[in-house]
Design a protein around this ligand. Structure first.
Ligand code: TYD
Ligand code: MG
Length: 457
């Protein structure tokens, strides 16, 4: 009897190898290779995406008409998708369980159902009653939205062919099962096979398909990351569980720019769009308190003001405790070391708790100067000068380096009433026309910050 052949896949990136390895040769992650049976039908399946004739064409013959897009009536979602849903595209929406993926997509279905688009919402996780309970909170739906509670992919595809909707939502890929793949639901081969089947349906029938994928921490279920190369668009829905703000981030988009974000707030009636995130991020910010700074970060093409808070107190332990919420822990340690060396405060004797308020996660280098000023302000117990925003990257010698899109950041700060901006000197030199009444303080090294605090006193 012929032996069933098995191959090894990396759980992180999906790379394939014929033997087990401790480290994935492709993404260099350790201990991520798992064994899975080779699927004989797979290669044949992927090779023909479309029924169209297989004939090479010249560039001149390619039709350049714009791809047709449907607006979701949610500005924040449209922006991340690159201006609406492209017909026949396959979109992956990933995120932690409970973050609001089902809610977001059901809400999108609602908006489109009101426009009488025919939609099929397939849930393998929830019963029809549970979906209804959620839908009641969201609002009115029209009858063009059909629900299906099903986990067998073959039945789902049959339903799609029968109904021929213009949009399908699969919630979630990890619960779907394809009968002719032997492994368990959520395993790498299942998830791959299902995605490639859905890809074929999307391209052949020109149906837009949204797939929900849970991001799992240590992977008994295959994560959405290994599907990224197969789909047209990858969106991640993220946010702190404790905060009601959610950020939808585009990490791949064949039909638009990536790195765009959409901001939402989870409320009792589903997700509410946050059209002016800066205002919301700064809501409830304390006035004139030491240890609090406003900084301008760039998310995609969009400048957003966020508050950085630092609580600095003398440590009672042998070595100081540091925490970072909403930013990178190692970056905090590095910046504190630079500050101690170049500015002189004895931070190695201090505990430091850093928080980017508002539930956003910022890892952009332009945040550095915000962190440094917040720490300094907390340490000196002196508040920042009034209505001041800061941004800039800080290097290891304490130099303040230029950042991208400085003008846009200044304009956003000015729009929210911040009239003094502390920023890299290198950027200040390039400034063209400034918004009225704005004072720019260009600095080349963090040493210059001390004089700002002194004059403030
Ligand atoms: P859900 O969309 O089920 O998350 P996911 O599909 O990503 O697992 O969202 C679940 C959370 O959202 C749950 O904690 C309840 C909350 N929620 C609201 O706060 N308001 C609402 O109107 C809805 C529908 C959900
Ligand atoms: Mg869900």
């Amino acid at each position: 009897m012929a032996k069933n052949k098995t191959v090894f896949f990396c759980k992180e990136c999906g790379a394939e190898a014929s033997r087990w390895m401790g480290q994935c040769p492709s993404c260099h992650a350790w201990d991520t290779m798992v064994e899975a049976p080779e699927d004989k039908g797979r290669k044949a399946g992927i090779s023909r995406l479309s029924k169209r004739e297989c004939k090479p064409v010249s560039l001149k013959e390619v039709n350049m008409e714009r791809e047709s897009r449907t607006s979701t009536d949610m500005e924040e979602l449209d922006r991340v998708l690159g201006g609406g849903i492209v017909r026949g595209s396959l979109v992956l929406v990933g995120g932690d369980p409970g973050i609001g993926k089902s809610t977001l997509l059901l809400q999108m279905c609602r908006n489109l159902s009101v426009k009488n688009e025919s939609i099929l919402y397939v849930s393998g996780e929830e019963s029809l009653r549970q979906i209804k309970m959620r839908a009641v909170r969201i609002g009115e739906f029209s009858d063009s939205l059909k629900l299906l509670s099903e986990t067998s992919l073959d039945d789902v595809i049959e339903a799609i062919y029968e109904m021929k909707p213009s949009l399908v939502v699969i919630d979630s890929i990890q619960t779907m099962v394809k009968a002719d793949v032997e492994s368990a639901p959520g395993s790498i081969s299942q998830v791959r096979e299902i995605t490639s089947s859905l890809l074929r349906v999307a391209k052949e029938e020109e149906i837009s398909i949204f797939i929900i994928g849970h991001v799992t921490k240590e992977g008994t279920v295959a994560g959405p990351r290994m599907l990224e190369h197969m789909v047209d668009t990858v969106l991640y829905f993220e946010g702190e569980q404790s905060s009601s703000y959610r950020i939808l981030r585009g990490v791949k988009n064949r039909f638009g720019s990536t790195n765009e974000i959409g901001v939402f707030e989870m409320v009792g009636t589903g997700l509410r769009e946050v059209l002016n995130p800066s205002e919301h991020m700064l809501m409830g910010m304390p006035d004139n308190e030491p240890g609090s700074t406003v900084t301008v970060t760039l998310e995609g093409t969009r400048p957003i003001l966020v508050e950085v808070q630092a609580l600095i107190c003398k440590t009672i332990f042998n070595f100081p405790k540091r925490t970072a919420v909403g930013t990178d822990y190692n970056r905090i340690n590095l910046l504190m070391a630079v500050m101690e060396k170049k500015l002189g405060p004895h931070l190695s004797e201090c505990d430091a708790y850093i928080n980017v308020a508002g539930g956003m996660r910022v890892t952009e280098p332009a945040l550095d100067l915000g962190i440094v000023t917040a720490i300094l302000s907390g340490y000196l117990k002196q508040e920042m000068p009034e209505k001041t925003a800061v941004f800039g990257e800080v290097g290891l010698t304490g130099e303040v380096r230029s950042v991208s899109q400085a003008m846009q950041r200044v304009r956003e700060a000015a729009k929210l009433g911040y009239h003094r901006i502390i920023m890299p000197e290198a950027n200040r030199k390039q400034m063209e026309e400034l918004p009225k009444g704005i004072e720019i303080i260009g600095i080349g090294n963090i040493r210059e910050l001390t004089s700002i605090f002194k004059t403030n006193k």
